[in-house]
Design a protein around this ligand. Sequence first.
Ligand code: NAP
Length: 338
Amino acid sequence: MSKNLINRRWVLADYPEAMPDETHFQFEASVPLPVLEEDQILVQAHFLSVDPYMRGRISPEAGYTAGVKPGGLLPAGGVGEVIESRSNLFDEGEFVESMNFGWQEYSVLSAGSTQKVDPALAPIQSSLSYLGMPGMTAYFGLFDVGAAKPGETVLISAASGAVGQVAGQLAKAHGCRAVAVASNEAKLDWCREIGYDIGINYRETEDLPKMINDCCPNGVDVYFDNTAGPIHDAVMQNLNLNARVAVCGVVSLADKIGKPDIGQRYLRQILVNRARIQGFLVFDFAERYDEARDYISGFVRDGTFKFKEDISDGIESMAKSFIDLLHSENFGKKLIKI
Ligand SMILES: NC(=O)c1ccc[n+]([C@@H]2O[C@H](COP(=O)([O-])OP(=O)(O)OC[C@H]3O[C@@H](n4cnc5c(N)ncnc54)[C@H](OP(=O)(O)O)[C@@H]3O)[C@@H](O)[C@H]2O)c1
């Protein structure tokens, strides 16, 4: 056992058929750590990331990567400190970030899939948010998939979340009109504070297509779709000529993984507007992460960038935090401080 430490972690108890609840997760309070092999490091997590993609991983359905089987460790990105190293790439005391931490306090990571984090450059947890996966997603979704141009109207769902906050600020800085969609007024106030031109509360709006039409009189040029579901259906009725729909996430389908997504169809609007719908995974752009990180770092340095985190304490809070995220109860990037 490495350093005589005892690990605490969460495993999948059972596949949820609809929305996950706490019965689908099992806490293990005393798990021995393995002895490190060559090229491995032992890392103590400081922050773990809570992300919507975890819902797809706890399903028997095939996804873009292998899922977790009942009894298996739940996946999470994280950032933490190296406390033991059998790699000549990492020294004890250094901070590292990886997608492979898992829902646990200590992780044995392979040196090859782990990146160093310099705590002098930015708070370490930014490697899980605006300088990490959500920030990269916002950048490539907006500029590559959405191909946003100055003067265009960009509508973003889950606008106050980890990806949405970055996408909205990048859209504004690029000279676009940015329209936020979120579930409550506090989130929309935050969206306005970080620069969104206007906000739509999708839960309080009786006629969402009309509200989008009122807020986007020239139509939507880029729809940064973080949610799918009824918001998607409403935006499709408001596309501008040559609109681009960047399908980033389907969090509103969390209770329907593996089941048909039966919504309304708007193929005529796509045809008439010569619109393009494209799904994307941020990992497809991995070779260009430095470009995105430099771009976002520029905003951080000039002091114009704002970012809200929503931090819960302790590994025990992981399951509830994930379930809350799927019910819109996070406000900002959801992180667990270990
Ligand atoms: N393609 C990729 O490579 C990639 C990478 C990262 C993330 N993503 C996707 O991007 C989306 C945002 O991720 P994030 O990390 O930034 O999460 P987030 O926005 O910080 O948190 C999830 C948000 O989703 C919204 N939501 C939950 N249930 C909803 C529902 N039924 N209808 C509408 N909105 C709902 C909630 O915002 P409201 O309060 O506004 O409802 C909630 O706060 C997710 O779909 C995620 O899977 C994709």
